[in-house]
Write a protein that binds this ligand. Structure first.
Ligand SMILES: Cc1cc2nc3c(=O)[nH]c(=O)nc-3n(C[C@H](O)[C@H](O)[C@H](O)COP(=O)(O)OP(=O)(O)OC[C@H]3O[C@@H](n4cnc5c(N)ncnc54)[C@H](O)[C@@H]3O)c2cc1C
Length: 391
């Protein structure tokens, strides 16, 4: 039986042997490294939370999410793509129909087939309620789907897309559902690839559904559960991103330490200067705080506190990662700007991770709502004597 320690060790090795030595070449080639994600499957990194009966590792979210910290030391976009695959696999093995599980579960947990999530549309990112993709439920048990999705990761590379759709013209989310659309479904196509220079190996594009007909076997969340289920998936994604960001911070800090510990200046090294120690010390403190926060948030998933804890982690950690990557660039002086030191790539990845799966601002909205709820339960404070008496 795989333990979390063996899985973390496998992720560490995958990062050192497969990601770090090759990520520059992946970006230059602009293609998803399928042989490497196949290897991630062999290492147990593509079925992290899925039950063992389907070939998964059966990890809890609290433990399994730590894998992305290891992968994020190598590349945040690769860690992100595997996290979305794992979330879809978890959903498919947990909520899918028996027919879906029989057809897909083992292929997904083994990484032979890759999955991704399609919620965002060209006109709606932060506010998914304004969704236009529609499924018509046919009398013969099939669904016919039309519409467009945007920012689909692993576009054209994944084998199946867990797609959120409306099933009526009623406004609101009560008719929303999630259905898994196989990549070879007739009528499914992809737009031109978005040009994202810093994580060019991960394909993104729009996804077009033109009267795509899918069997009801592929319903993951029936009408009425689509939005709520998607929000649960997004909470897991937010904490996974925070975990990946901790790996990114550790990578940036190690580059800065390795450089400043050897760069001679003022009769010592750059790292001998108090100001440099303070600068990098702040990165180290924020890294420790970020680790504690994302691990607490991972343990809260599935409880009432899950959404707000995920929002705290997504609000705080990617911001801290961007600041860390920029501070570490500064610590190298001009050398920090060179491609070979990799800090520019880490800064661009941190900025990307502030946006995907709910922006920093949307996390603030979730936190704000929870503060308002708490305020409602508090006794109003008495106004001190002498205030407002004239009126
Ligand atoms: C690299 C990458 C990969 C992605 N992969 C996927 C994927 O695989 N599947 C998928 O479905 N989606 C994916 N997305 C979409 C992603 O989740 C959205 O980009 C994100 O939710 C933000 O939506 P938007 O880009 O439309 O920004 P908008 O919603 O247009 O927001 C624009 C700005 O307005 C701000 N804003 C919005 N509402 C408020 C508010 N109430 N108060 C203050 N400010 C506000 C936002 O924070 C942002 O700064 C991906 C995005 C990126 C960048």
């Amino acid at each position: 039986m795989t333990t979390i320690d063996t899985l973390l060790e496998a992720a560490r090795r995958h990062c050192a042997e497969d990601i770090l030595p090759n990520v520059t070449a992946w970006n230059e080639a602009g293609t998803w490294p399928r042989a490497v994600s196949d290897k991630a499957g062999d290492l147990g990194l593509t079925g992290i939370y899925a039950p063992q009966e389907f070939g998964g590792q059966g990890m809890s979210l609290g433990d399994g999410i730590r894998v992305y910290e290891e992968l994020g030391r190598g590349d945040g976009a690769y860690a992100f793509a595997l996290s979305m695959h794992n979330i879809c696999t978890f959903a498919g093995c947990g909520y899918g129909t028996d027919a879906f599980k029989a057809a897909w579960a083992h292929d997904l947990t083994s990484g032979r087939k890759l999955a991704n999530f399609a919620l965002t549309e060209p006109q709606s990112g932060s506010d998914p309620m304004t969704m236009y993709s529609r499924a018509t439920v046919n009398g013969d048990g099939t669904w016919t789907i039309s519409g467009s999705k945007a920012w689909v990761s692993l576009a054209g590379e994944a084998d199946i897309y867990f797609t959120v759709v409306k099933t009526s013209d009623e406004p609101g989310h009560k008719d929303m559902a999630m259905i898994a659309i196989p990549a070879d479904a007739e009528g499914l196509s992809f737009g031109p690839r978005y040009d994202t220079p810093s994580y060019n190996f991960l394909p993104f594009s729009e996804m077009y559904m033109n009267n795509v007909t899918v069997s009801e076997d592929n319903i993951i969340l029936p009408p009425g559960q689509g939005l709520q289920g998607s929000l649960m998936a997004i909470d897991i994604a937010r904490v996974s991103i925070a975990s990946g960001c901790c790996g990114l911070m550790q990578a940036a800090l190690d580059i800065a330490l390795a450089y400043t510990g050897n760069r001679k200046m003022f009769g010592g090294t750059a790292l001998d200067q108090d100001g440099m120690q303070w600068m990098l010390g702040e990165v180290a403190t924020e890294l420790e705080a970020s680790r504690l926060l994302y691990r607490a948030a991972a343990n809260a998933l599935g409880t009432d506190q899950g959404p707000v804890m995920a929002a705290h982690a997504k609000r705080f950690v990617p911001d801290a990662a961007l600041k860390a990557a920029n501070t570490c660039t500064q610590a190298l002086g001009g050398m920090g700007l060179l491609r070979s030191y990799d800090l520019d790539r880490l800064s661009r990845l941190a900025q990307m991770l502030r946006i995907v799966d709910g922006t920093t601002e949307i996390s603030r909205v979730v936190i704000g709502r929870s503060l308002k709820k708490r305020a409602k339960g508090l006794e109003p404070l008495p106004i001190p004597k002498g205030f407002g008496e004239a009126g």
